[in-house]
Design a protein around this ligand. Structure first.
Ligand code: AHG
Ligand code: MN
Ligand code: MN
Length: 338
């Protein structure tokens, strides 16, 4: 059986479909290589002394796990010298990381959540890495990139993906021509394509939300969830199942594979407050979900149309099954105007 490796796939995308500029190909390969190293570090666990927390906090005021910092460093080091990037931004860094002057600079901007689902690291549940790629605006030519140059809406992404470190390590990727899945062959050390056209199944009755936040939800989100919890006896007329991994990568991956809806909505008690980050989590996942036939909203408008106003901006996230996402938006409209 001939296997399509990530390298071969990317070269063919560049050559045949002409959708992938060489620099972007190099960028994706570099990120994928770093994810292999992160996968290795994650799998070592206590033996690699990578578990546990540090004394430091990130810019969001969250205690950093050792692996948050290790993975962040790995991604920075891997991507600094290749000449394909203008700058990087990370959930774990307060401000942007410029490419040092000793290296050539490219035209892309890379954003990442080095370890998503950090609370799962110490209990051996799936974690992942999420990344998003933008083009540096033309106006950057001849000057240093600034934080403002990163503030582009999700529609401007030219590639996005995640790696998931679970029972298998997978890389799920889109360059705007569908969604592809690669599985890490640990013996050979390469990413091998295992799904050439990920399309999320529609019509599946499964939702993912942290129920302990119910008191913070808007009336529309409460109505949506309560009706599904009522199941066959309620207005939906059918039973729903629930899953919550507390690792967005794992929850989104499940939805891509078997359908359903994922929600981390705005906190209704603190208008404008939310948990997930637009640039490192919501935008790349929305790009993948839309490419796989699903939908993504902040509860009101498509997530990728939400204007970016800050590097670490947080946003409500509702994504997955098209009809279910539409129901959440419709409830929002109905109950706002009621
Ligand atoms: P991170 O580990 O990068 O901070 O992200 C954690 C996020 C996301 O992965 C997950 O969906 C959510 O936080 C879980 O939040 P709760 O612990 O509040 O359920
Ligand atoms: Mn995260
Ligand atoms: Mn993280």
């Amino acid at each position: 059986m001939s296997r399509t490796t990530l390298t071969r796939f990317l070269i063919e995308q560049q050559r045949n479909a002409n959708v992938l500029p060489g620099e972007l190909r190099l960028l994706i390969e570099t990120v994928a290589r770093a994810c292999k190293t992160i996968s290795h570090a994650v799998s070592k666990g206590a033996l690699g002394e990578v578990l546990g927390s540090l004394d430091s906090e990130n810019v969001q005021g969250e205690i950093q796990k050792k692996l948050d910092v290790i993975a962040n460093e790995l991604l920075l080091d891997a991507n600094e010298w290749g000449g394909h990037l203008a700058a990087m931004a990370s959930e774990e860094m307060e401000t942007i990381h410029l490419i040092p002057n000793r290296y050539p600079k490219g035209e892309y901007l890379l954003l990442f959540d080095p370890i998503d689902g950090s609370s799962n690291i110490d209990v051996d549940l799936s974690v992942g890495t999420i990344f998003s790629v933008l083009k540096a605006p033309d106006a950057c030519a001849g000057r240093e990139v600034t934080e403002e140059d990163f503030l582009q809406d999700g529609r401007q992404q030219v590639a996005a993906g995640y790696a998931i470190y679970g029972p298998q390590s997978l890389l799920v990727l889109s360059v705007g021509t569908g969604v592809y899945e690669f599985t890490l062959d640990r013996e050979v050390g390469s990413w091998v394509m295992t799904d050439a056209d990920m399309q999320m199944p529609q019509g599946k009755c499964e939702f993912a939300i942290n129920m302990s936040n119910r008191r913070q939800w808007s009336p529309a989100i409460r109505r949506y969830v309560d009706e599904r919890v009522e199941g066959g006896a309620g207005p939906c007329g059918q039973d729903y199942n629930m899953r919550w991994t507390a690792s967005m990568v794992a929850d989104v991956h499940r939805i891509l594979k078997r359908g359903g809806i994922f929600m981390y909505p705005y906190d209704h008690r603190n208008p404008g407050k939310a948990k997930l980050r637009l640039m490192y989590e919501a935008n790349p996942m929305s790009y993948l979900i839309e490419q796989a036939g699903g939908a993504a909203t902040d509860g009101f408008i498509p997530l990728m149309d939400v204007p970016a106003t800050g590097l670490h901006q947080r946003v409500g996230v509702v994504l997955g099954d098209k009809a279910e996402v539409a129901a959440v938006v419709a409830y929002g409209k109905e109950m706002e105007t009621a």
